[in-house]
Design a binder for this molecule. Structure first.
Ligand code: AMP
Ligand code: MN
Length: 338
């Protein structure tokens, strides 16, 4: 069952988390493997906030951030490890953006005092404190509330990471979960020194030439299904090699087909050498790809979701495509007026 915390319940959990952060001394922050802008931004905004309170903070992630995030403030603080470093003692672990602990890709978190902050439907409530708000457009919106509750001023570094989280997790203000609150928070980050034009350029216009080549190759091989309403993209390691790219270079590519008016949903199959198929999906308006992801053991949001399955691709593809075509049919019936 999904549940979104009511206003009063939010106040209560927010106060509880605030008190635990104030009372405890040392923290381990983590988020999901293959981090995105929301996981990076949420972790660093909170890390800078805890710094301001004189706390000890370490950040451990299973994977490095995509390259174009590396010159954002504090990125060098993130330790990359597949398990909690042996020398790391922390009074509390703050896990953000993860429906369950395994999403972190970091072993050794079980049994610790965990504060779980997330906005993905289907969160397993694995923490001692669980703050789950599906209505947040980004986990960064929740972190913003926490920062306000802690009465830490928005420094330029904190504001930058909150804005990064929101800018990326809304798909640069395309997704359907954006509210007046989203803009209110962004306004406050801009007042704190964020330059939206510079942020958009840094986040979205920092491709390598190799990535441009990869985009060309992926779009060239794109398949259109369901009278052009569903776009299918394929990637394997040989395409990456040919373009001199890594998996990080695929970030954002999935959104490109949606720029075509007819296309309502995109599915991106990333086949790795070990036989696993990573499936990413994006959609417009009320086409709900999270429901599709749920059916295959994954999760996400209405307009952005994913899951991983065992290949081979030819075997798993038909059921996924069929389910997506159904989701498109259902979503189009409730499409809002512009
Ligand atoms: P991606 O396509 O990897 O950018 O993911 C889009 C959304 O789906 C994000 O909110 C992810 O957290 C979610 N997601 C992707 N893969 C999985 C998975 N295996 N399990 C749960 N959620 C996922
Ligand atoms: Mn998120």
């Amino acid at each position: 069952m999904t549940q979104t915390t009511t206003a009063t319940a939010t106040d209560t959990i927010l106060r509880q988390i605030r008190d635990e952060l104030l009372n405890r001394r040392s923290f381990l922050l983590t988020s999901h493997a293959r981090p995105d802008g929301d996981s990076i931004g949420s972790q660093l905004a909170l890390a800078f906030t805890l710094d301001a309170l004189g706390k000890q903070v370490r950040i451990v992630n299973a994977d490095a951030a995509p390259e174009h995030y590396l010159d954002f403030p504090g990125l060098d603080r993130i330790e990359i490890a597949s398990s909690v470093p042996a020398d790391l003692a922390a009074d509390a672990v703050i896990v953000m953006e993860c429906s369950d602990l395994s999403r972190t890709g970091v072993a050794g978190l079980d049994g610790r005092y965990i504060i779980n902050i997330d906005h993905h439907a289907g969160n397993r409530m694995y923490g001692a404190l669980n703050w789950f708000d599906e209505s947040a457009a980004a986990c960064g919106e929740m972190v913003f509330d926490l920062i306000r509750a802690l009465r830490v001023p928005l420094s330029p570094d904190i504001a930058t990471h909150i804005y990064l989280a929101i800018l990326t997790d809304t798909g640069s203000f395309h997704h359907s979960n954006i509210t007046p609150r989203t803009f209110d928070i962004c306004r406050q980050t801009v007042e704190a020194g964020v330059n939206p034009a510079a942020m958009a350029r840094r986040v979205f216009d920092s491709n390598s030439f190799g990535k441009l080549k990869l985009i060309g190759a992926l779009l060239d091989a794109m398949e259109l299904i369901d009278q052009g309403r569903l776009a299918v993209l394929y990637l394997d390691d040989s395409m990456l090699e040919l373009c001199g790219c890594t998996h990080n270079d695929t970030e954002g590519v999935i959104n490109l087909p949606l720029t075509a008016r007819e296309i309502q949903a995109v599915v991106f199959f990333k086949v790795s050498a070990d036989g696993l198929v990573r499936v990413s999906m994006r959609s417009k308006y009320d086409v709900d790809v999270r429901l599709v992801a749920n059916g295959f053991g994954g999760g996400g949001h209405k307009n952005a979701a994913g899951f991983t399955v065992n290949g081979p691709l030819e075997q798993v593809r038909p059921a996924i495509v069929e389910r997506l075509v159904r989701a498109i049919g259902e979503g189009l019936q409730t499409r809002p007026e512009p």
